[in-house]
Design a binder for this molecule. Structure first.
Ligand code: HEM
Length: 379
């Protein structure tokens, strides 16, 4: 997509889009405009304020911080943040290392693997399941359900996205009942206990938060791991640099987030009033999205943006968003990414793609940027 972005940035950086249903929208591709928009309170996330709640059956998936505005946003994020602390995340390091090593040990018996299926997918989903306290054996179900929601198609003949969502909600309902009977030390137990102690997360909000964490907790990190490996393989001198300087892993990950971020577009915002924004006239109800990857390739913000260079320092990329909705899980994603990539390269220093780069199949849908499979020869 990058040549298209580059043309848009130059010729029409706040590009007007008309959707088939008549909805008016805008696509923002420059860094400066994107960052300004993400911080501008005149653009809101809760579209029910403008259009009423037209997606009732999906509303459990939108009763969360990502689709809320102040003051609800502050309350919802605050309650989640209480359980999702930096200390809790730092405390996961040992366990993330252990899971990574187990997955690598299983791969070691083979000559060729699919990196996504055998490594990049299971690692973050096992981690988020353990944090939440849901059985990680059910991870294939979560994968099916969240892929369905993200890609807008169930991927199974005769099964609708709505059916998958219903199954997901039923699963969570049964799980919450089990936890209520026997709470543990996990995040869901903490939220449920807090709720019973008079805190304010309603039942619907609990569904909203847990489904958001399951979906956000793995759809993105899978692609962070996959895209980083692809960028390193396509740039062997950078891989060599990293091998010689393993402490550069933090920078390498930040560069991968900038260069090929797992989240293509911000989630939608809506203009809450008629207004002028960066010289364009917006009307109340207009939909707007920021292409995070286009912003992250803006030559006015990044020197030589089309070059993958792990030596960049302090990269102010937008891969985790900006403003009040800045990714809650960024510390966890960074920790998982660093451990995963370092250990993978340590264990298999001679990785190579088992297919031509152009044969890689990118995932459908507008939200995530990542490939379906990464066949690798590992020894
Ligand atoms: C929000 C990216 C991993 C939880 C966001 C947003 C982005 C993002 C761009 C803001 C969307 C917007 O403003 O429209 C990423 C990337 C990840 C990642 C690139 C991995 C590389 C995670 C993980 C978790 C998580 C591991 C949790 C376990 C969340 C939550 C929000 C969020 C809860 C909503 C925050 C709010 O609305 O206040 N993420 N994310 N993310 N992310 Fe992440």
């Amino acid at each position: 997509p990058y040549p298209v972005y580059s043309k848009l940035r130059r010729m029409d950086p706040i590009h007007q889009v008309r959707f088939p249903d008549g909805q008016h929208g805008w696509l923002v591709t420059r860094y400066e405009d994107g960052a300004a928009l993400l911080k501008d309170p005149r653009f809101i996330k809760d579209f029910s304020k403008l259009y009423g709640s037209s997606m009732d059956q999906m509303s459990v998936f939108t009763q969360n911080m990502l689709f809320s505005d102040p003051p609800d946003h502050k309350r919802l994020r605050g309650l989640a943040q209480k359980a999702f602390t930096p200390k809790m995340i730092a405390g996961m390091r040992g366990r993330i290392e252990e899971i990574t090593e187990e997955l690598l040990a299983e791969m070691a018996n083979k000559d060729q693997v699919d990196l996504i299926d055998e490594f990049a997918f299971p690692l973050p989903i096992i981690v988020i399941c353990e944090i939440l306290g849901v059985p990680s054996e059910d991870r294939d179900k979560f994968r099916r359900w969240s892929n369905s929601l993200i890609e807008g198609t169930s991927g199974e003949a005769g099964v609708s996205v709505y059916e998958h969502m219903t199954q997901f909600v039923q699963y969570l309902g049964q799980w919450f009942a089990t936890v209520r009977e026997q709470p543990g030390e996990d995040l869901i137990s903490k939220l449920i206990i807090a709720e019973e102690e008079g805190d304010r997360l309603t039942e619907k909000e609990l569904y909203g938060l847990v489904s958001l964490l399951i979906i956000a907790g793995h759809e993105t990190t899978v692609n962070l791991i996959g895209n980083t490996v692809l960028s390193l393989l396509a740039n062997p001198e950078q891989q060599q640099l990293l091998k010689e300087n393993p402490e550069m892993i933090t920078q390498a990950l930040e560069e991968s987030l900038r260069f090929n971020g797992p989240v293509e577009f911000s989630t939608s915002r809506w203009a809450n009033e008629d207004m002028e924004f960066q010289g364009k006239q917006f009307h109340r109800g207009d939909l707007v999205v920021v292409s995070l990857n286009a912003a992250n390739h803006d030559p006015e913000r990044f020197l030589g943006p089309e070059v993958f260079d792990i030596r960049r320092e302090k990269s102010p990329h937008l891969a985790f968003g900006m403003g009040i909705h800045f990714c809650l899980g960024a510390p966890l994603a960074r920790l998982e990414g660093e451990i995963a990539i370092s250990k993978l390269l340590d264990r298999f220093p001679d990785l190579e793609l088992a297919v031509e780069e152009k044969e890689l199949d990118w995932r459908p849908g507008m939200i995530v940027r990542g490939v379906k499979e990464i066949p690798l020869r590992i020894q």
